[in-house]
Design a protein around this ligand. Structure first.
Ligand SMILES: Nc1nc2c(ncn2[C@@H]2O[C@H](COP(=O)(O)OP(=O)(O)OP(=O)(O)O)[C@@H](O)[C@H]2O)c(=O)[nH]1
Ligand SMILES: [Mg+2]
Length: 282
């Protein structure tokens, strides 16, 4: 599936990011727990090389604990600092703040030795809709940043004071200027990080069916009363449309409606807690 969005818009966003990074001591890189690999942006990775980075696996309430634990191990084995959170709950606040301070310990201590109380400035980044603004609100304990369940909510930039010695910068979600890997784009589209306007929903639905069929994922078959997931993805899509009665007319199935139903089920966890990128598949 070929997905094309506005590269110009993203290039501008990345330029803005580069600018903001000059004022930042470190980065909070928010990854969606369902797509920990696909929600990394290779262009951004390059930009922040060498900076202290706290990886936040957000929306961990949407995946199984064991699946996200495998990713935590993968990151820790590589010497990275990461934390799994659900930003809609205040209970992860203290852990994120303590990891952030740990990440910046060297610089804080260096300033402290000169009697200076260093303010740590963290730039919060990630692909659209990963929960960057929600995380900031969670950390601040109040609604400081605008949030919403669609990509492209945050537009401008603003430093927010979290504590006497920590400031956070919310940034608009950014996608790589071009996708070298179609699979990455499809997975981001599946979870809702890519604007609908640039997507062929029926085709995305078909890719979603293919994803589950390739894994012979039982809860998917059960949800749509399918005996099995054999056959071509289009045949499976036909069966789902037929069972649901999604018809355009008596001879044609309504693929768009079928696709929307499948995507909605996936995003609302009616297919279970699905981790799309598994650590062991890397
Ligand atoms: N289940 C769940 N939902 C979350 C979590 N964090 C954020 N959300 C929801 O995800 C949606 C997107 O959150 P935002 O904070 O606006 O995301 P963002 O990364 O700032 O998005 P952009 O500004 O568009 O790039 C909202 O509907 C949030 O309520 C989480 O940990 N778990
Ligand atoms: Mg935002």
């Amino acid at each position: 599936m070929y997905i094309q969005w506005y590269p110009g818009h993203m290039t501008k966003a990345m330029r803005m990011m580069q600018d903001s990074l000059k004022a930042a001591d470190c980065v909070i890189y928010v990854l969606d727990a369902r797509v920990i690999n696909s929600s990394r942006n290779p262009a951004f990775d390059k930009m922040v090389e060498g900076m202290p980075i706290l990886y936040v696996f957000n929306k961990c309430d949407m995946v199984e604990r064991a699946d996200v634990a495998a990713w935590e191990k993968y990151y820790r084995d590589r010497g990275e600092i990461c934390v799994s959170v659900n930003s809609t709950s205040p209970k992860f606040r203290a852990e994120v703040i303590s990891k952030l301070l740990l990440l910046n310990k060297a610089v804080i201590d260096k300033y402290a030795s000169k009697g200076v109380n260093k303010t740590v400035r963290a730039l919060v980044a990630g692909v659209p809709n990963t929960g960057k603004s929600t995380l900031i609100n969670c950390l601040c304990g109040s609604k400081r940043a605008v949030t919403g369940n669609r990509p492209g909510v945050t537009r401008g930039k603003q430093w927010v004071k979290l504590a006497a010695n920590i400031e956070l910068l919310d940034t608009p979600g950014t996608l790589p200027p071009a996708f070298e890997d179609g699979e990455r784009a499809v997975r981001l589209a599946m979870i809702g990080s890519i604007k609908e306007e640039v997507l062929d929903i029926a085709e995305l639905g078909l890719e979603t069916v293919k994803f589950f069929a390739e894994r012979n994922y039982k809860p998917f078959a059960e949800r749509y009363w399918l005996e099995d997931l054999s056959g071509e993805p289009l045949e499976i899509m036909d069966k789902i449309a037929k069972k649901r009665g999604y018809l355009l007319n008596k001879d044609n199935y309504d693929y768009e409606r079928t696709a929307r139903a499948i995507l909605d089920d996936l995003r609302k966890l009616r297919l279970g807690k699905v981790m799309l990128d598994k650590a062991e598949e890397l």
